[in-house]
Design a protein around this ligand. Structure first.
Ligand code: GLN
Length: 454
């Protein structure tokens, strides 16, 4: 009830939610009944959970921020939603996002922008700005997001929250409306690293419904976070700093906060090691070919027949109806990427664009392999700037894309990443995050290190 009251009080200004769960109080009462009956429930039983609208739910519409899916009701729950319900978490509602998770500001939602609770004139990050804003504004204690190129970590950075992109395959993508299937990962958005670990423990692990799900015996990430908060895990930890990510590209307060965080880690016994990742600078270019290519294919299913809206064209052909529906149902950014993707995949251009991008992807994976032969984790600022103003980059896709420079490499390589608050930028008083990256499957290391520095 407290969270519903908070939503009623502030969400008209923030617009984190696209839909509030009318059944939330009943679901909470059911948890109370089960507890009263003596059932042993997990640590998160009864805790409300905000769910990014990219994740399908049976009891609330799932739109992925798109007009084309307005009012769409899924016949099944995403695995992460089903697991959350089974653990007693109470779905609080569906959160706003850039359409089909394309964006870094949540301004590309078909349902209006979300506002950053720290400053309502600024963006809450994207694509998962709704989840991050809901958590930052105390509308929800926990949220789920999805991260294809930074959509969990960058919103965490600009809202002073914690966001985790797990190892590719660590958390099921079943029921996450696909953006780019080789890059998408679902993960937690929370206010503390421990909260993220608790939620990751609930949603993670093998899922036979997802063919890329890892069959791995994962350790408890909550236990890792508790260990990090308690112990001296920073002593002797080798932290890699990337030589080629120059300070120059970062806002002054972001660079200062990053240096201060590193100095604090050093004071606690960490060793800062300069490493080279020469191909990271090509990450954005490779990503913005691979992602549109995969997205153009994934979005082909919105054909006016199987899902969502249909625009009738009297006397028109099936193709006419499809074209009219996609024209009316998709926003500009989605159209831009579908066109880019189909172009990059077309005969004659495939090798030059998509093929080259895949080679860059391999080179970035090798950069990570070489780096992790020398260090335990890599640290970067989570994004180049603090929250920018709503409208500032909306007409300049290149500026919007460049915002993802630090987050994209992890998705291209599949490695896990976390963004943890590292203070406020001196010049604007807005939150800054520090990102840690770890080798594939070493997600627990991120929870230990993240909890040690938060
Ligand atoms: N900003 C990136 C993009 O626009 C991230 C998207 C995401 O992680 N879903 O593609």
């Amino acid at each position: 009830q407290a969270h519903l009251d908070r939503i009623a009080a502030v969400d008209a200004d923030i617009h984190a939610f696209l839909h509030v769960n009318a059944g939330a109080l009943d679901a909470a009462a059911e948890i109370d009944r089960r507890r009263a009956a003596g059932e042993q429930l997990g640590e998160l039983a009864g805790v409300p959970l905000a769910i990014k609208d990219v994740l399908v739910t049976t009891d609330m519409p799932s739109t992925s921020g798109s007009r084309i899916l307005e009012g769409y009701m899924s016949p099944y729950d995403a695995t992460v939603v089903a697991r959350s319900r089974a653990a007693g978490l109470v779905p609080l509602g569906k959160t706003n996002m850039d359409e089909f998770a394309m964006g870094s500001s949540t301004e590309h939602s078909a349902y209006g922008a979300t506002h950053n609770p720290w400053d309502l004139d600024r963006i809450p990050g994207g694509s998962g700005g709704g989840s991050a804003a809901a958590v930052a504004a105390f509308e929800a204690p926990l949220a789920l997001g999805s991260d294809t190129g930074g959509s969990i970590r960058q919103p965490a950075h600009v809202t002073g929250t914690v966001g985790v992109k797990p190892t590719y395959g660590a958390v099921s993508r079943y029921g996450a409306i696909a953006l780019a299937s080789s890059l998408d990962q679902v993960g937690p958005v929370t206010r503390t690293v421990l909260d993220a670990g608790l939620l990751h423990d609930v949603i993670g692990g093998h899922d036979p419904h997802d063919s890329t799900s890892l069959e791995e015996a994962w350790p408890s990430f909550a236990a890792a976070a508790r260990e990090g908060a308690r112990g001296d895990v920073l002593k002797g930890l080798k932290v890699g700093v990337i030589r080629e990510l120059p300070d120059a590209g970062f806002q002054q307060g972001v660079a200062e906060s990053f240096r201060a965080a590193l100095a604090a880690m050093e004071a606690q016994g960490a060793e800062i090691v300069e490493i080279s990742a020469p191909h990271f600078e090509y990450g954005v270019a490779a990503y913005y070919l691979i992602l549109p290519a995969e997205a153009s294919s994934n979005l082909a299913k919105f054909d006016s027949v199987r899902f969502g809206m249909r625009v009738d064209v009297p006397g028109g052909t099936v193709e006419d109806v499809m074209a009219a529906t996609r024209d009316a149902g998709f926003g500009d950014e989605v159209k831009r990427r579908v066109i880019l993707g189909t172009y990059a995949l077309s005969a004659g251009y495939y090798d030059a664009y998509y093929g080259s991008a895949q080679k860059v992807r391999t080179l970035i994976q090798r950069d990570f392999d070489e780096a992790f032969a020398q260090v335990d984790v890599i640290a970067t600022p989570s994004a180049p700037t603090t929250a920018f103003r709503l409208g500032e980059k909306i007409d300049d896709p290149m500026q919007m894309y460049l915002n993802d420079v630090t987050t994209i490499p992890a998705n291209l390589a599949g490695v896990p990443g976390i963004s943890v608050p590292s203070g406020l930028a001196a010049e604007d008083g807005l939150p800054v995050g520090i990102q840690f990256l770890a080798p594939l499957r070493q997600d627990a290391r991120l929870y230990r290190v993240g909890a040690a520095v938060e």
